[in-house]
Design a protein around this ligand. Sequence first.
Ligand SMILES: Nc1nc2c(ncn2[C@@H]2O[C@H](COP(=O)(O)OP(=O)(O)OP(=O)(O)O)[C@@H](O)[C@H]2O)c(=O)[nH]1
Ligand SMILES: [Mg+2]
Length: 226
Amino acid sequence: MCEQTVSPQQGATRIVVDPQQSLFSNNDHLAGHIRKRLDTLGIRGINLMGSPGSGKTALLETLIDQYTGELSELTVLEGDLATNRDADRILAKGVRAQQITTGSACHLSASLVAEALIGVSLEGVKTLFIENVGNLVCPSKFALGTHLNVVAVSIPEGDDKPVKYPVMIRAANIVVLTKADLLPHFDFNMERCRQEIYQINHHAQVLVTSAKTGEGVGELWQVLQI
Ligand SMILES: Nc1nc2c(ncn2[C@@H]2O[C@H](COP(=O)(O)OP(=O)(O)OP(=O)(O)O)[C@@H](O)[C@H]2O)c(=O)[nH]1
Ligand SMILES: [Mg+2]
């Protein structure tokens, strides 16, 4: 919130800025520019979020494996606090990738994405994936200019994670329940989990995938391309 006051004696204007509100509005403004650029180029931007280790990079690797078009149509920005490991995994699949290392920040921001995009050729690209920093709260607050928010929740994390971290579920267009091959080893109540996601966000689509077996990944591609 930005409050403006005028002192009658001095005619001075005092502007009081709420730093958090200002941070979000600056971020939203820049995200709007990124969105316009993606729209102009005909690129679909996807912000992939989820806890550390929920299987985001593995899901991207499997999406790449199952992509039926040219790999040059895909580009990935990888967000992590440290290391280029996730970008290296994507590059090893033959897809352009750029790592963004945030140092201590627990989420990506529109400015980090805009900066990373300076170094990336978007020619011929149809889909831009942005893997956010592993975190089930903070990334949901920062728009990146993408068209879809995809949230990965893995079976081993437990079926209560959506209801315990509703802020992220509220931001999701698609919730992907990952590591389905591990279902036999965990007490994961799929039906209750789906219902709780629906209660938090009845617009979110819920898909179940496994990067190990490839289950559900073709269906995810269909939903991403609509
Ligand atoms: N069994 C099984 N293991 C998986 C699956 N997907 C990912 N894993 C394993 O889960 C671990 C984490 O996977 P990543 O893809 O690195 O997870 P991430 O969400 O990208 O992790 P961060 O980038 O560190 O947040 C690795 O040991 C993967 O092999 C899956 O579908 N099935
Ligand atoms: Mg990763």
